[in-house]
Design a protein around this ligand. Sequence first.
Ligand code: AMP
Ligand code: ZN
Length: 137
Amino acid sequence: MKEDCIFCKIANGEIPSATLYEDHDFRVILDLGPATRGHALILPKEHYADLCELEDSTAEKVLPLARKMGKAMIKALGCPGFNLVQNNGEEAGQTVRHFHVHIIPRYQGGSKIVAWEPGRLDEADKEKIVEAVRAEL
Ligand code: AMP
Ligand code: ZN
Protein backbone atom coordinates (compact mmCIF):
# COMPACT_ATOMS: atom_id res chain seq x y z
CA MET A 1 0.00 0.00 0.00
CA LYS A 2 1.22 3.51 -0.83
CA GLU A 3 0.70 6.00 2.00
CA ASP A 4 -0.64 8.95 0.01
CA CYS A 5 -2.68 6.97 -2.53
CA ILE A 6 -6.46 7.39 -2.29
CA PHE A 7 -7.18 4.29 -4.37
CA CYS A 8 -4.97 2.19 -2.03
CA LYS A 9 -7.12 3.40 0.85
CA ILE A 10 -10.38 2.75 -1.00
CA ALA A 11 -9.30 -0.66 -2.34
CA ASN A 12 -8.26 -1.81 1.14
CA GLY A 13 -11.40 -0.49 2.83
CA GLU A 14 -9.79 2.38 4.78
CA ILE A 15 -12.05 4.82 2.96
CA PRO A 16 -15.65 3.65 2.41
CA SER A 17 -16.88 3.26 -1.15
CA ALA A 18 -19.89 1.97 -3.04
CA THR A 19 -18.47 -1.52 -3.55
CA LEU A 20 -19.95 -3.72 -6.27
CA TYR A 21 -17.49 -6.58 -5.83
CA GLU A 22 -14.53 -7.55 -3.66
CA ASP A 23 -12.13 -10.47 -3.56
CA HIS A 24 -8.58 -11.13 -2.34
CA ASP A 25 -6.98 -9.05 -5.08
CA PHE A 26 -9.53 -6.44 -6.18
CA ARG A 27 -12.31 -4.09 -5.20
CA VAL A 28 -14.77 -2.80 -7.81
CA ILE A 29 -16.39 0.51 -6.88
CA LEU A 30 -18.75 3.05 -8.40
CA ASP A 31 -16.93 6.05 -9.87
CA LEU A 32 -17.77 9.28 -8.01
CA GLY A 33 -17.95 11.20 -11.29
CA PRO A 34 -19.75 8.71 -13.51
CA ALA A 35 -19.76 9.07 -17.30
CA THR A 36 -22.95 6.99 -17.35
CA ARG A 37 -25.18 5.22 -14.81
CA GLY A 38 -23.20 2.38 -13.23
CA HIS A 39 -19.71 3.61 -14.25
CA ALA A 40 -17.37 1.47 -12.15
CA LEU A 41 -13.66 1.14 -11.45
CA ILE A 42 -11.67 -2.04 -10.95
CA LEU A 43 -8.97 -1.38 -8.34
CA PRO A 44 -6.25 -3.86 -7.40
CA LYS A 45 -5.63 -3.89 -3.63
CA GLU A 46 -1.88 -3.66 -4.18
CA HIS A 47 -0.43 -0.42 -5.47
CA TYR A 48 0.72 -0.31 -9.10
CA ALA A 49 0.93 3.10 -10.72
CA ASP A 50 -0.21 1.86 -14.13
CA LEU A 51 -0.34 -1.09 -16.52
CA CYS A 52 3.43 -1.00 -17.05
CA GLU A 53 3.96 -1.70 -13.34
CA LEU A 54 1.21 -4.28 -12.93
CA GLU A 55 2.43 -7.79 -12.11
CA ASP A 56 1.47 -10.52 -14.58
CA SER A 57 -0.22 -12.53 -11.82
CA THR A 58 -2.59 -9.61 -11.18
CA ALA A 59 -2.89 -8.52 -14.81
CA GLU A 60 -4.15 -11.95 -15.88
CA LYS A 61 -7.13 -11.60 -13.53
CA VAL A 62 -8.22 -8.18 -14.74
CA LEU A 63 -9.92 -9.06 -18.01
CA PRO A 64 -11.94 -11.99 -16.60
CA LEU A 65 -13.12 -9.67 -13.80
CA ALA A 66 -14.02 -6.93 -16.28
CA ARG A 67 -16.07 -9.47 -18.23
CA LYS A 68 -17.81 -10.67 -15.07
CA MET A 69 -18.71 -7.08 -14.11
CA GLY A 70 -19.77 -6.14 -17.63
CA LYS A 71 -22.06 -9.15 -17.93
CA ALA A 72 -23.63 -8.38 -14.54
CA MET A 73 -24.20 -4.76 -15.58
CA ILE A 74 -25.91 -5.77 -18.81
CA LYS A 75 -28.35 -7.86 -16.77
CA ALA A 76 -28.74 -5.55 -13.78
CA LEU A 77 -28.75 -2.14 -15.44
CA GLY A 78 -30.14 -3.00 -18.85
CA CYS A 79 -27.22 -1.47 -20.77
CA PRO A 80 -26.82 -3.19 -24.14
CA GLY A 81 -23.03 -2.68 -24.03
CA PHE A 82 -20.10 -1.24 -22.11
CA ASN A 83 -16.69 0.31 -22.69
CA LEU A 84 -13.49 -0.66 -20.93
CA VAL A 85 -11.17 2.34 -20.58
CA GLN A 86 -7.74 2.20 -19.01
CA ASN A 87 -5.51 5.28 -18.94
CA ASN A 88 -1.74 5.14 -18.46
CA GLY A 89 0.14 8.36 -17.80
CA GLU A 90 -0.94 11.95 -17.39
CA GLU A 91 -0.86 12.58 -21.14
CA ALA A 92 -3.27 9.70 -21.60
CA GLY A 93 -5.69 11.24 -19.12
CA GLN A 94 -4.73 9.27 -16.03
CA THR A 95 -5.55 11.44 -13.02
CA VAL A 96 -5.10 8.85 -10.24
CA ARG A 97 -1.75 7.04 -10.39
CA HIS A 98 -3.04 3.73 -9.09
CA PHE A 99 -3.84 1.26 -11.87
CA HIS A 100 -7.56 1.06 -12.56
CA VAL A 101 -9.94 -0.02 -15.29
CA HIS A 102 -13.10 1.92 -16.04
CA ILE A 103 -16.19 -0.12 -16.88
CA ILE A 104 -18.64 2.27 -18.50
CA PRO A 105 -22.14 0.96 -19.22
CA ARG A 106 -23.53 2.23 -22.53
CA TYR A 107 -27.18 2.95 -23.19
CA GLN A 108 -29.15 3.53 -26.34
CA GLY A 109 -28.79 7.09 -27.65
CA GLY A 110 -25.82 7.90 -25.38
CA SER A 111 -23.15 10.30 -26.61
CA LYS A 112 -19.68 9.18 -27.66
CA ILE A 113 -17.27 8.51 -24.81
CA VAL A 114 -14.23 7.02 -26.46
CA ALA A 115 -13.76 8.78 -29.80
CA TRP A 116 -11.02 10.22 -32.02
CA GLU A 117 -10.70 11.79 -35.45
CA PRO A 118 -9.15 9.05 -37.63
CA GLY A 119 -5.94 10.19 -39.32
CA ARG A 120 -4.08 8.39 -42.13
CA LEU A 121 -1.16 6.01 -41.58
CA ASP A 122 1.90 7.52 -43.28
CA GLU A 123 3.59 4.94 -45.52
CA ALA A 124 7.17 6.02 -44.72
CA ASP A 125 6.53 6.43 -41.01
CA LYS A 126 4.83 3.05 -40.88
CA GLU A 127 8.13 1.21 -41.37
CA LYS A 128 9.89 3.36 -38.76
CA ILE A 129 7.19 2.73 -36.18
CA VAL A 130 7.20 -1.01 -36.78
CA GLU A 131 11.00 -1.20 -36.59
CA ALA A 132 11.25 0.99 -33.45
CA VAL A 133 8.59 -0.84 -31.49
CA ARG A 134 9.71 -4.33 -32.50
CA ALA A 135 13.24 -3.48 -31.36
CA GLU A 136 11.96 -2.80 -27.83
CA LEU A 137 9.98 -6.04 -27.41
P1 AMP B 1 -8.48 8.37 -14.60
O1 AMP B 1 -8.72 9.70 -15.24
O2 AMP B 1 -8.45 7.23 -15.56
O3 AMP B 1 -7.26 8.40 -13.68
O4 AMP B 1 -9.76 8.11 -13.72
C1 AMP B 1 -9.90 8.47 -12.40
C2 AMP B 1 -11.35 8.25 -12.04
O5 AMP B 1 -11.46 8.14 -10.65
C3 AMP B 1 -12.28 9.38 -12.48
O6 AMP B 1 -13.31 8.86 -13.30
C4 AMP B 1 -12.82 9.93 -11.16
O7 AMP B 1 -14.17 10.31 -11.26
C5 AMP B 1 -12.64 8.75 -10.24
N1 AMP B 1 -12.44 9.06 -8.83
C6 AMP B 1 -11.54 9.92 -8.30
N2 AMP B 1 -11.60 9.89 -6.95
C7 AMP B 1 -12.56 8.98 -6.63
C8 AMP B 1 -13.08 8.48 -5.40
N3 AMP B 1 -12.66 8.93 -4.22
N4 AMP B 1 -14.05 7.55 -5.45
C9 AMP B 1 -14.51 7.09 -6.64
N5 AMP B 1 -14.05 7.50 -7.84
C10 AMP B 1 -13.09 8.44 -7.83
ZN1 ZN C 1 -2.38 3.01 -4.65
